[in-house]
Design a protein around this ligand. Structure first.
Ligand SMILES: [Fe+2]
Length: 217
């Protein structure tokens, strides 16, 4: 997981892993033959949460990480080239989400397009997350101050907003108990208590990838 001296990367790795987990689930759903993947994706809460949390994460980096790093690294070409790559990799994801939603809504040819689009999303987003972890996190650690790092997490928290009750259990979904404990240990006690007494059970009841009927149940 790298050796970071300055910044705490726990939550960064947690969100990346949660996105990877959801990509696997989305790819599995799209390869199903017993149920129309368009129906599953367009009715399940999981697709909405994935888009919301992914967008919150990337937009927060676009607003509060890359600009800070560009400023600090001005004139250092190989470092700023890495930042250019990070922005370019982000920029292809949004249009893919839009194209997937268009395919979900298209009764005629949507089904044919969906598989290829999800495959591209799977490949591009996984490649981006790997690239960021391999090269950009170490540079963040060298470049950003703890205050700037906090500003990034505040931005992300604001963007998640009223979905905080779903975000934390979503983040911790399907990871081992030791890691859950390590992440919970970083959080303020009231948040941890909310997770343990309410949010976790409510998230499990939500069953985010269950096929819903037309009424959304
Ligand atoms: Fe990230």
């Amino acid at each position: 997981m790298g050796d970071f001296k300055n910044l705490d990367m726990t939550m960064m790795f947690a969100i990346h892993d949660a996105l990877r987990r959801e990509l696997e689930r989305i790819a599995r759903i799209t390869s199903r033959v017993d149920e129309d993947p368009r129906h599953v994706l367009s009715t399940a809460v999981g697709w909405e949460l994935f888009k919301k949390f992914l967008t919150a994460h990337h937009t927060s980096e676009d607003l509060t990480v890359w600009p800070v790093m560009y400023k600090a690294l001005a004139g250092r070409d190989s470092e700023t080239a890495l930042l250019d790559a990070m922005e370019a990799e982000h920029a292809v994801i949004d249009p893919l989400l839009t194209d997937i939603d268009a395919a979900l809504a298209d009764r005629d040819t949507g089904a044919e397009r969906l598989g290829g689009l999800v495959e591209t999303l799977f490949t591009d987003l996984n490649a981006h997350l790997d690239h960021e972890e391999r090269e950009a996190l170490a540079l963040m650690d060298l470049t950003m101050s703890p205050e700037q790092w906090t500003a990034f997490s505040v931005e992300q928290k604001d963007r998640i907003g009223s979905d905080a009750n779903r975000y934390l259990p979503w983040l911790l979904d399907d990871i081992d108990a030791a890691r859950v404990a390590a992440i919970l240990g970083k959080l303020p006690p009231p948040l941890r208590a909310a997770y343990e007494t309410e949010w976790r059970a409510a998230y499990e009841d939500l069953d985010i990838w269950a096929v819903k009927d037309a009424a959304g149940r």
